[in-house]
Design a protein around this ligand. Structure first.
Ligand code: NDP
Ligand code: 8X3
Length: 250
């Protein structure tokens, strides 16, 4: 029987690349996000190419009600999730904290922190009951450092780091693995979303440099989830060769 992985935010970037690499590793997949057309397209590609089964959950992870009703729409056998990849997340805006937009702050905290908690709260008890499972949380270099104008995004990813450590401690008795993956600059839709759809401004972030690509992070996740039962990868910080830290980039 194939294992089951649920990947949040699989409609683009790191989540999409992760869903594909997990399908290559014979996982049956539950893919989530708000853009249904993209989920349908990805599901079709994955099923045709990798011959695994796919379920789509189309919901906004900022809503606990939507998250619960999407999750409980799964059959009992699909709820037996072996791997949860908490990837859905975003930066919204890039302003000094004193000029911050409250709507941007709420989007980031509600998605990156509360959304991650909502879906995890549904799946952790199932993993505990089965005494197995693996949770991979996508943090960031922004969860380890704070940079100019990064304020609330960095705070949300610092929270992810802390939640990851808490999960590892509280689920230690049940044999559940918990991994944190922290990418540096990766060329996805991330900057377009951060700049509220301004693609020109987003493209400038990746101009004249060689950033990470989504697949680089998917490969790191693949490594973490294919270790033997007795090995847990606690933490991976993955940077482009052109970036030393948040403040030093070529
Ligand atoms: P993308 O913008 O390409 O992908 C973000 C994904 O999150 C999309 O699938 C989006 O789906 C989903 N998402 C966002 N908001 C919601 C929501 N309210 N409900 C459900 N799903 C949502 O960016 P990345 O692939 O780069 O980002 C993935 C993760 O990686 C994020 O957590 C990000 O913080 C982190 N990260 C990114 C880095 C980068 O430089 N790119 C570096 C470090 C970390 P949809 O819009 O369809 O709902
Ligand atoms: C995304 C990378 O450096 O923009 O988490 O915070 S960064």
């Amino acid at each position: 029987m194939n294992k089951i992985a649920l990947v949040t935010g699989a409609t683009s970037g790191i989540g999409e690349a992760t869903a594909i690499i997990l399908a290559k590793n014979n996982y049956n997949l539950i893919i989530t996000g708000r853009r249904l057309e993209r989920l349908n397209k990805l599901s079709k590609i994955i099923q045709e190419k990798y011959k695994v089964e796919v379920q789509i959950l189309n919901f906004d992870i900022r809503s606990n009600e939507e998250t619960k009703s999407a999750f409980y729409s799964l059959s009992d056998s699909w709820q037996q999730i072996d791997l949860l990849v908490n990837n859905a997340g975003l930066a919204s805006g890039l302003n000094f904290i004193q000029d911050g937009d409250i709507d941007d702050w709420e989007k980031m905290i509600d998605t990156n922190v509360k959304g991650l908690l909502y879906i995890s709260r549904l799946i952790m008890p199932i993993m505990i009951k089965r005494k197995k499972g693996h949770i991979v949380n996508i943090s960031s270099i922004a969860g380890k450092e704070t940079y100019t104008k990064g304020n609330v995004y960095c705070a949300s990813k610092h929270a992810v780091e802390s939640i990851t450590k808490a999960m590892r401690i509280d689920m230690l008795p049940f044999g559940i693995k918990v991994t944190s993956i922290s990418p540096g600059m990766a060329d996805t839709e991330f900057s377009t979303v951060r700049f509220h759809g301004d693609k020109k401004k987003a493209d400038k972030v990746y101009e004249n440099t060689t950033p990470l690509y989504a697949n680089d992070i998917a490969e790191a996740i693949e490594f973490a989830v294919t270790r033997p039962k007795h090995v847990n990868i606690n933490d991976m910080l993955i940077m482009p060769t052109t970036q030393a830290d948040s403040n030093h980039k070529l």
